[in-house]
Design a protein around this ligand. Structure first.
Ligand code: DOR
Ligand code: ZN
Length: 449
């Protein structure tokens, strides 16, 4: 793909972009005129006529999708600016094709007040590359007992609608019930890190199974996730309020979700790219074994869980893909496996992973990718200016994907401040080439503008 800046004329300006020859949702070839932050015109190839002054972006061979929306991002600011900042995480998001991210609350201090939420929101506006929506904590200090300022966070400038103690489970059912009742008044949603702390035990660090026994590592049984999902769908039924299951990771969770959705209960779920691609045996095989790059919570699971998650995403049982981008400074990862921090990078590679495990085998079309990575996440988070179709009048948030790229991930080429990239050295056949936020390119030719 190449870009050409043409001389300015009276009819155009720096903010007018003509995206030429893109395959919209992989379905039909069109030219898109982006002006004043919206899609101003859509036409067949060459149909838009006189667009003098527009910056022309040649999108021949590219698939155009609405800008991606990530329901689950850790940006680490305030508190761990050595691992990521709102600005660096925004850069990683833009490179990954995102135009909006939800920034998790487990920062230092925790996002549990209106002021804290507004601070993250304002940092996002200042970075200016993606819309940054702070997630509010469910409980004060993520302590699991006392509700955080849910209403004040919602009424703040940050207009928080998604609440989560992510990193920890809201284990107390009374607290979960009260939180659901509270956020129902304003259409909020509780995103739950489903993991019974008593079933899992404090030292668990990988999937409990035959392999964890062999490696001598304490494991989490899949059922520690499943019992909380089962409890929460019943609380969703009881309260009529929305539960969102963060990073679903087991076949048993899929079964519960399938049942709950068939009953019509207000529950949605996400799966991460890493749980769709990577399996627990990497703990034995990758880089000589025990590589903390693959330490994540919930843990990588066996193949049968991975296959169930793919099927559930394909049939709509799982609504969306969310990254759980979890940057960690080198000194927090470079430890013995049991002592290293949990989490892996995800923003820059999510689209390539989803293309390889879902689109290439025919489990999802590009239009489905737009649904699971953009429109459904926007709906769940209540973002009405994101995730919209590429139609006249819609906000010009879009991503151009090369569906026949050949890329090899290089963790040192990341724009994140961290290097805990589990895909280093892997090849993928699709890649984000350009991202536009309200008509302004943030990424062109695969690089930040
Ligand atoms: O692996 C994880 N990392 N899982 C979580 O739930 C939290 C996250 C983090 O904040 O690093
Ligand atoms: Zn989590």
């Amino acid at each position: 793909m190449s870009t050409h800046s043409q001389p300015r004329t009276d009819t155009g300006g720096p903010d007018v972009v003509l995206v030429r020859g893109a395959s919209v949702l992989g379905e039909r070839t069109a030219d898109l005129l982006l002006r004043d932050g919206v899609v101003a015109a859509v036409g067949g190839p060459g149909e838009l006529g006189d667009t003098d002054g527009a910056r022309v972006v040649d999108a021949d061979g590219m698939v155009a999708l609405p800008g991606l929306v990530d329901l689950h991002t850790h940006l680490r600011q305030p508190g761990r600016e050595d691992a990521e900042t709102v600005a660096s995480g925004s850069r990683a998001a833009a490179v990954g094709g995102y135009t909006a991210v939800l920034a998790m609350a487990n920062t230092t201090p925790v996002t549990d007040t209106a002021e804290a939420a507004e601070h993250v929101h304002d940092l996002g506006v200042a970075a200016g590359l993606v819309d940054v929506h702070p997630v509010g904590a469910v409980t004060r200090g993520l302590g699991g007992e006392e509700l955080a300022e849910l209403g004040l966070m919602h009424r703040s400038r940050a207009a928080v609608k998604v609440f989560s103690d992510d990193g920890r489970c809201v284990a107390n059912p009374r607290v979960m019930r009260r939180a659901l009742e509270y956020v129902k008044a304003f259409g909020g949603v509780i995103s739950q890190h489903s993991q019974d702390p008593d079933l899992a035990g404090p030292t668990a660090c990988c999937h409990e199974g035959e392999l964890s026994g062999r490696l001598g590592l304490p494991g989490w049984p899949g059922v520690a996730e499943e019992v909380v999902v089962a409890r929460d769908v019943m609380l969703a039924r009881h309260t009529g309020s929305r539960v969102h299951v963060a990073h679903a990771s087991t076949a048993g969770t899929v079964e519960v979700l399938r049942w709950a959705k068939a009953q019509g209960y207000p529950v949605t779920a996400e799966v991460t790219p890493h749980h769709l691609l990577l399996t627990t045996d990497l703990l034995a095989t990758a880089n000589g074994g025990y590589d903390p790059t693959y330490k994540v919570n919930p843990p990588l699971r066996p193949e049968e869980d991975v296959l169930a998650l793919r099927e559930a995403l394909a049939d709509g049982t799982i609504d969306v893909v969310a990254t759980d981008h979890a940057p960690h400074a080198r000194h927090d990862k470079q430890h013995a496996f049991v002592d290293a921090a949990f989490g892996m990078l995800g923003l820059e590679t999510a689209l390539s992973v989803v293309a390889s495990v879902m689109v290439e085998p025919g489990l999802l079309t590009w239009a489905d990718v737009a649904r699971v990575m953009s429109s459904r996440p926007a709906e769940i988070a209540g973002l009405d200016r994101q995730g919209r179709g590429l139609e006249v009048g819609a906000p010009a948030n879009l991503v151009l994907v090369d569906p026949s790229a050949d890329i090899t991930v290089d963790r040192d080429a990341s724009v994140s401040l961290s290097r805990n990239n589990p895909y280093d050295g892997r090849r993928f056949g699709a890649a984000v080439r350009a991202t536009f936020l309200r008509g302004t390119p943030t990424v062109l030719d695969g690089a930040l503008v």
